[in-house]
Design a protein around this ligand. Structure first.
Ligand SMILES: Cc1ncc(COP(=O)(O)O)c(C=O)c1O
Length: 400
């Protein structure tokens, strides 16, 4: 019996051919495939600039650097997310506060975030960066965060590592793709193998801001520029006849090597062609779970806000293990023995030992309630209807 993980990549023959073509080409990194992938994602997401990075965490780190977040500054993110959404602020020495989630959609709560913003402002330490999280593929309440940004003036980093391909509708009935709406300053994607499209490891930052895009590109490659128009040290840069010295480049900021390779970019661009179809299949899978398991007395599912086209990176079930009289561990072990992988997304980040001392669990009650019930069921495009039916049957038995 084949093991069904909670998520997995889908690599086609075309993907492999695209990668092999790069392997046979002149460039394995810093070649044309990166720019081509960046342009393709820009087009797909409706963004103005795309900066490909070595992974989503590196992309978040670069976004914090480009936002000028520094030691002593304050950042806010969701209590329910992967640790990287918080760690990126710690990398630059900033403090992190955790906002609660909306109990229905599980995305970061604008109300809870407002409370943190107001408190920080009243203490004379305004929040510099807010990292919103499009949990499981559901865009957060975009207009509410745009309003908060207007009132409190923070830099808005949208962690869209789960939500490439999702869309939402504004109050005027205009539909926006994740990455298209200009209010978030930067939108961050991940191409880890469990995500919608993969490059092995990989990430990207989308922005509409020319200045931020330029800064992000510099920071991605050691803070080095090769553009003669930007050189500061003209006496080193220029020969006696005024021409640019052919070896010359300049490091102007402390940057990193956070580049993606051309091999990875070719895989990503090839995968991008199947993004929309993959989301349609993910939606069918979740609809099948909801139709069958939604009738179960101990199982519920998160709500989807009006106008949202959910990308379903994750298929989260809310299981009342207490009323079912089963422990989550026992249910997960039962499923695993039947060849079915599940996972918990996520342990609230402020409960992590690294963050626990600086957080107060009274600030995120909905995250704690959610955490008791969360179980991510398998969700990826290659799952068959028969797989889904079997997963439902085994889960029903595990809870009986
Ligand atoms: C919400 C969220 N943010 C950030 C990341 C980090 O992305 P990566 O694994 O590509 O570094 C992930 C990856 O799992 C994620 O789920």
């Amino acid at each position: 019996m084949k093991f069904i993980p909670y998520g997995r990549q889908d690599v086609s023959r075309e993907d492999i051919e695209a990668v092999v073509a790069v392997l046979k080409s002149d460039y394995l990194t810093q070649g044309p495939a990166i720019e081509s992938f960046e342009k393709a994602v820009c087009l797909e997401a409706g963004a103005s600039h795309a900066i490909a990075c070595s992974n989503g965490t590196a992309a978040l780190h670069l976004a914090c650097l480009a936002a000028d977040l520094q030691a002593g500054d304050m950042a806010v993110t969701s209590a329910i997310t992967f640790v990287a959404s918080a760690n990126c602020a710690r990398y630059v020495g900033a403090e992190v506060r955790f906002a609660d989630i909306d109990p229905e959609t599980l995305t970061i709560s604008p109300l809870s975030c407002r409370r943190i913003l107001e408190k920080a402002q009243s203490e004379g330490r305004p929040v510099k960066v807010v990292v919103t999280v499009d949990f499981a593929g559901h865009p957060c309440d975009m207009q509410a965060f745009a309003q908060l940004k207007k009132e409190f003036g923070f830099v808005w980093i949208q962690d869209a590592c789960h939500s490439i391909g999702a869309t939402w509708e504004d109050s005027q009935g205009i539909r926006w793709k994740v990455g298209e709406w200009p209010s978030p300053d930067m939108t961050v994607l991940s191409f880890h193998p469990v995500k919608h499209i993969t490059t092995g490891e990989g990430g990207m930052i989308l922005t509409h801001d020319d200045r931020l895009a330029h800064r992000l590109r510099l920071l991605r490659t050691h803070g080095i520029t090769r553009d003669p128009a930007e050189f500061e040290n003209k006496s080193e840069a220029l020969a006696a006849d005024g021409s640019v010295n052919p070896w010359y480049y300049e490091m102007q900021q402390l940057g990193f090597n956070y580049r993606l390779t051309d091999i990875q970019a070719a895989l990503g661009e090839s995968q991008l062609h199947r993004l929309a179809a993959g989301i349609v299949r993910r939606r069918e899978i979740v609809a099948a779970y909801e139709a069958r398991l939604g009738r179960h007395p101990h199982i519920a599912f998160p709500k989807v806000a009006d106008g949202v086209w959910h990308a379903y990176h994750l298929a989260v079930a809310l299981i009342d293990f207490d009323s079912a009289g089963k422990s989550r561990a026992a249910v997960m072990n039962h499923l695993r023995e039947a060849g079915i992988g599940t996972q918990v997304h996520y342990i609230p980040v402020p409960l992590m030992p690294f963050y626990a001392a600086a957080s107060d669990s009274a600030d995120y009650p909905s995250a704690l309630v959610y955490y008791r019930k969360a179980l991510s069921l398998p969700c990826f495009p290659q799952l068959t209807d028969a797989d889904v039916a079997r997963i439902c049957s085994v889960l029903e038995v595990a809870l009986a």
